[in-house]
Design a protein around this ligand. Sequence first.
Ligand code: HGY
Ligand code: MN
Ligand code: MN
Ligand code: MN
Length: 408
Amino acid sequence: MSSPPIQRALERIDLLGSISDNSNFRVRTLLSPANRRAAATLKDWMEKAGLIVEHTIDGSVRGILPGSNPEAPALLLGSHFDTVIDAGAYDGPLGILSALAAIETLQEEGIELPFPVHILGFSDEEGVRFHTTYIGSLGMLGQLDKARKAATDKDGNSLSFVLATEGWSNDASEICYQAEDVRGYVELHIEQGRVLEELQLPACGVSALVGQTRLKVIIEGQADHAGTTPMPIRRDALAGAAECIVELERLAKECESAVATVGQIEIHPGAANAIPQTATFSVDLRHADNEERLRLKNDFLKNFKFIAARRGLTLNWQTILNDDATPCDTRLTEQILDSVEATTGHRTTLVSGAGHDGVIFSRITPIGMIFVRCRDGLSHHPDEYASPEDIATGIEILVHFLRQQCTS
Ligand code: HGY
Ligand code: MN
Ligand code: MN
Ligand code: MN
């Protein structure tokens, strides 16, 4: 039988998972009604645990446990609570609620940490509404860049405009971490891969997060009548995009440990009897090796240009993000592995194929991650699942790590 804090964490994951902007599937995006309800719920749970709670204008939340030395640099435990579309319940919330359960466990044991712990819930990591990522964590570093502020949602509203008009402004805190405020950032997250299952391990440490490039590709052709336009004279933007997408897949398959995905595509005019004028699609490219990632990016863009030229189409693209691989801090990861070993008996680390908010916090402080096994490696899917036993193990690792921090 798991402890009350772990039991509460399991119940809270389900409860948070029931908060959605859509009654048919789970989705929460920046400043959406469901995201606001999730933020208020997290604040309430943290407040009940005795933390000092705040929110920021983008709807991210923070709970502070001051500890016996409130002026000491804080340990940050965070993750995000926004989701992809038709999402699972664990990607993001597990990290926030595991951190809360770890704190509640120490409180039950009467252990007061000699430094503050800040539990952070980011309102947008997936980037579904504005097609850009890490808005919540960047906001907490005061590093929301111009490109992101200019990013627009499906209604053409910029992030700046939305923050100014829809932002959670009443009683909002300005949170802007500097390196000297922080002793480290640790995020617990589901693995979102299959390796822990293959190794039959419940949890592990993380050595690095792969680099990722995210592009928006725009192909322009010529709209025309589907019934009266002979095939040889067509300049069909969607047919051109389709050839590019298959070419992207071919190149990624040829490149060891690269992954490339086209997850979004929009067509104009989008009528069944009109030849597509414009095809706009996303490219998500990842690789642990930075040079390989950039080589692959140049290769597929070169081939896209050939395809477009042969078809009489124009090709443009925008770089949404271009993050090199992020190593986790060696010393912090060794401490995490001490706790993984004390709890599970092994010291395995994985490289994360997924991006996480630690990429942003690595700009100012050492970062570490704990991965928890998830069934079939499935994620960004409603059937995403981590077992209560593995979640309990993840929380026990975090508790052990926090105890160890008292003496380090
Ligand atoms: O896409 C990712 O890697 C993360 O889930 N945002
Ligand atoms: Mn995530
Ligand atoms: Mn995700
Ligand atoms: Mn993430």
